[in-house]
Design a protein around this ligand. Structure first.
Ligand code: HEM
Length: 453
């Protein structure tokens, strides 16, 4: 890549005199940021009303911001908006406070801890299959987007709290959460976001989501904190036991609540979206489906998967990875510059906001030949790829704390579905993606199921 000489002005995207690029960004932020960066060598400035932003697409620059010069950047204002729902959690904070909490919470996500909660996913899959068989017997296709949301929320409830949640409550809770996340995005895109205490429609919706969360989780956490509550092998138990390695302090009540809400908010929709896309992709590629069936028949035979199977479900894992490349649920990440830096020879000044395009990096032909093609073979053993050109879980200090959990859950359920069903598509492969808080299919994806022998 050619680098400009130091301190030249970065390319600027011309926009409407008043709105700048607001309309394009609003319509399809994932594509706009990716294409803007790509067109200008991986980096370009643009404006949305009064806000000046920088689109960053090239993996080398993404690595610089997230890893090698991370001390010059913090999370952007976008993340603070979610505080109206989840309070001060790992995803809405940065700096020393975030560092202290991350150190405390990290052990709750060690592989041994994930292994203990994985049976929760097997249990949730059983319940889901009963529902699916009923739909299939009635000749109805499965709405995979909403089904995957119900599934991952059920898994979260079991893995975090050891609680079953019947599918109607899961749906209602999911609707409230998605509604809240919709308003987070709306507020982030607003020209003039109102302070949280002003009762605008958006602020009221955010407060309503917070109340749904608090009334669902508050009593459950309270009960588990009381002396004498039975010990469980779930993530909450690990949060209750979490101690700061330096000070020995546990999580105060408010942090326990905020971090639990954060895990729900960060973990349920992301994994659900990835799984819905994965099922869509498998249903559209008979060769991929055949290879999946062959692998799960060999590895699982007739039994349910366990943690130890994951390393043998190699091709299933490749499908998950390729899905995350093509449809990264977290399509952009926002960062603000806090200390002067230089990116690609251009100065970056404190206060400037950068939009890091995961979607763009995953589609650069230089790193991913024929990037729009769905090809799990890219991740086959022995194949190499530029590590920092693949960042569905981010890179560096803010790398997703739930990545092992998400990959294990997704691989496991994909294997279980592949073992039980053949998927028959009802829509074409190229369906539009819509950028909400995650990158979701624009419409529901109905898929017909056939039982495998
Ligand atoms: C396919 C599923 C998932 C994807 C693609 C994903 C992606 C990401 C990304 C890109 C970030 C970094 C955000 C940023 O700093 O800008 C992140 C952070 C985070 N994720 Fe995930 N995530 C997934 C699943 C999960 C799950 C299952 C959990 C929890 C159970 C979770 C919890 C978190 C938390 C708490 C953070 C903040 C980490 C920190 O800054 O310390 N995620 N995730």
């Amino acid at each position: 890549m050619t680098r400009p000489s130091a301190h030249r002005e970065m390319p600027r995207v011309p926009g409407h005199w008043l709105l700048g690029s607001a309309v394009a960004l609003q319509e399809a932020p994932h594509r706009f940021v990716a294409e803007t960066g790509e067109r200008h060598g991986g980096l370009a400035r643009f404006r949305v009303l009064h806000r000046r932003l920088i689109a960053v697409t090239h993996p080398d620059y993404l690595r610089q911001v997230l890893v090698t010069r991370h001390e010059c950047y913090e999370r952007s204002f976008h993340y603070r908006t979610s505080r109206a729902i989840v309070g001060l959690g790992l995803i809405t904070t940065d700096g020393p406070y975030w560092k202290m909490r991350r150190r405390q919470i990290q052990p709750a996500f060690r592989p041994e801890a994930i292994e203990r909660v994985l049976p929760a996913a097997v249990l949730a899959a059983g319940e889901m299959f009963a529902r699916w068989d009923a739909m299939r017997d009635g000749g109805r296709p499965i709405p995979v987007v909403s089904e995957m949301q119900t599934f991952t929320l059920t898994v979260m409830c079991r893995a975090l709290l050891s609680e079953g949640i019947e599918s109607e409550s899961a749906r209602a809770f999911g609707v409230a959460l998605r509604e809240g996340l919709y308003h987070v995005r709306k507020k982030n895109n607003s020209a003039c976001p109102m302070a949280a205490w002003i009762p605008t429609g958006t602020n009221r919706a955010l407060a309503a989501t917070r109340r749904v969360f608090d009334s669902f989780l508050g009593p459950r956490l309270e009960q588990r904190r009381t002396a004498g509550a039975a010990e469980r092998s779930d993530i909450l138990e690990n949060l209750l036991k979490a101690r700061d390695p330096e000070t020995g302090e546990g999580l105060p009540w408010q942090s326990l609540l905020d971090e639990t809400k954060t895990l729900f908010a960060a973990g349920f929709e992301t994994t659900a979206t990835a799984l819905a896309w994965a099922l869509h992709c498998v249903s559209q590629h008979p060769d991929v489906a055949e290879a999946l069936h062959a692998e799960v028949d060999t590895v699982l035979g007739g039994r349910a998967p366990v943690w130890g199977d994951l390393e043998r479900l190699v091709y299933t894992g490749q499908i998950v990875q390729e899905t995350l490349r093509l449809f990264p649920p977290v399509y952009t990440m926002g960062r603000v510059c806090t200390a002067p830096d230089e990116l690609g020879g251009y100065p970056i000044r404190p206060g400037e906001t950068l939009l890091l395009s995961v979607y763009g990096a995953h589609r650069m032909a230089e790193f991913w030949p024929d990037p729009e093609r769905f090809d799990p073979g890219r991740f086959a053993p022995g194949k190499t790829w530029v590590r920092h050109a693949f960042l569905p879980f981010a890179l560096g200090k803010h790398q997703c704390i739930g990545n092992t959990f998400a990959l294990a859950e997704a691989t496991l359920i994909l294997a279980m579905i592949g073992k039980r069903y053949r998927l028959r598509p009802t829509v074409p492969f190229h369906i539009p993606a819509k950028a909400q808080v995650t990158l979701v299919p624009a419409d529901e994806i109905p898929i017909h199921l056939e039982r495998r022998p």
